[in-house]
Ligand binder design. Structure first.
Ligand SMILES: Cc1cc2nc3c(=O)[nH]c(=O)nc-3n(C[C@H](O)[C@H](O)[C@H](O)COP(=O)(O)O)c2cc1C
Length: 403
């Protein structure tokens, strides 16, 4: 809804992910936004202005010194007659230009001349992304108020290389644009929320770890939904391959102990929603070097030790948030297990979901949850994880409204 009637100036720069911009245009228009494309010279090596213009149903602007375009619209109007400037993909080169205030082509000039919010979806080779120069530019741009979605971890389209640098998926970019343009009511303005999300990775040795199938989708959606209602959200997440939600402070951790430390460091807060699938146990003493397989030697056994119980630590903390919500991932006797958890952990509400493999909840996009509180049990229908998040955020806002 936030995108309906909104005018988006889409800058496409010259990366291989430019092919995904075609799908992005389609999805933005499906949401009711209009898309006016600007393409760099590099972008035109990857997708044609003809295809971009056909999908956007608008003229494609490519040239700073086009007498016709400058007469019709002009680069200053192009920079201002929009609600959002979206750069997808954002190349290392364009980020460098922006960070240094260059204006030597239409895209960079528009970016320097705009007074509209700017959202960038970087996409590049992992080595380019981790280069000190790109890191520097990224920090400068964040400081300048540019918002980012991605990049993501995964395999590169053009090579066998994997790592961080993939452009966020078109739908993730759409969600990020929606979050940025949302001007709905903010009942949670002034409230601080801590949300945990994703799995934890517990090392066995430097290359192996114990993990679980959590994707982070539910926790990330809850963080985004709370931010949409105006909360100041700290999202503490384990290793996931989805984008950080826009408008949320995201802290990345690996292990349960790191997650506990980050959560406690984020206190005080009004709201805690502990969604992460934290490993109950870790290897008692992870090996410093890779454990080698030697012919004839016995198979190693793993001695486990208990991980910190983060929900319990928050639920019984001297700075306990007003509202503490835990998630219970169960494969049997969901309701009774969740009720016991409510008491044990000092939580106000447990959101219980059945994560048996047949439900497809873990790693999937849908969730069917039961809300267990001291006043009873409420079953919600099967919903998308974003819908669960929105309903839960609305319920949290209602609790605070009632005081
Ligand atoms: C096949 C190929 C793929 C490329 N992919 C990327 C990419 O994904 N990200 C990036 O930052 N640069 C990429 N580049 C390099 C850019 O195209 C180059 O830096 C160019 O100057 C960017 O121009 P622009 O930022 O004005 O669009 C690629 C180059 C080639 C030849």
């Amino acid at each position: 809804m936030a995108l309906s009637g909104k005018r988006i100036l889409l800058i496409i720069s010259g990366g291989i992910a430019a092919y995904k911009s075609l799908d992005l245009i389609r999805r933005l228009r499906e949401c009711g936004a209009s898309v006016r494309p600007v393409m760099t010279k590099g972008a035109q090596e990857f997708v044609t202005p003809l295809a971009v213009g056909a999908l956007a149903a608008d003229h494609v602007f490519t040239d700073l010194f086009s007498r016709q375009d400058e007469q019709d619209v002009g680069h200053i109007r192009l920079a201002r007659d929009c609600d959002l400037v979206l750069i997808a993909p954002a190349t290392a080169d364009l980020m460098a230009k922006m960070a240094n205030g260059f204006a030597d082509d239409l895209a960079s000039t528009v970016l320097l001349a705009t007074d509209r919010p700017v959202l960038a979806a970087p996409a590049m080779n992992p080595k380019m992304w981790s280069h000190a120069a790109t890191k520097r530019n990224f920090d400068v741009l964040k400081g300048d108020g540019i918002r980012f979605v991605g990049p993501m971890t995964g395999e590169m389209a053009e090579s066998k290389e994997a790592g961080i640098g993939r452009m966020a998926e078109p739908l993730e970019i759409v969600f990020a644009a929606e979050a940025l343009l949302d001007d709905g009511p903010k009942p949670l303005a002034g409230r601080m929320a801590i949300v945990t999300s994703g799995p934890t990775h517990e090392p066995i040795d430097p290359v192996r770890y114990i993990a679980n199938r959590s994707s982070g989708r539910q926790g990330h959606a809850i963080a985004a939904a709370l931010a949409k209602l105006g909360a100041d959200v700290a999202l503490i997440c384990g290793p996931v391959s989805i984008a950080d939600p826009v408008g949320v402070r995201t802290i990345h951790v690996e292990r349960a102990e790191e997650m506990r430390d980050a959560v406690l460091a984020a206190l005080p807060a009004d709201i805690a929603v502990m969604v992460a699938a934290v490993a109950d146990w870790r290897v008692a003493s992870a090996a410093d070097q890779k454990i080698k397989k030697h012919p004839g030697e016995s198979i190693p056994t793993l001695a486990l030790t208990e991980n910190p119980d983060i929900l319990k630590a928050v639920g019984h903390h001297t700075m306990r948030p007003t509202l503490v919500i835990g998630f219970a991932a169960e494969t049997q006797d969901v309701e009774n297990n969740a009720k016991a958890k409510l008491e044990r952990k000092g939580a106000d509400l447990i959101v219980a979901n059945d994560v048996s493999p047949a439900t497809g909840v873990m790693g999937g996009t849908r969730n069917s949850v039961k809300l267990i509180s001291r006043s009873g049990v409420e079953q919600w229908p099967d919903l998308g994880k974003e819908e669960v998040a929105e309903k839960l955020a609305a319920l949290i806002a209602e609790r605070f409204r009632q005081g």
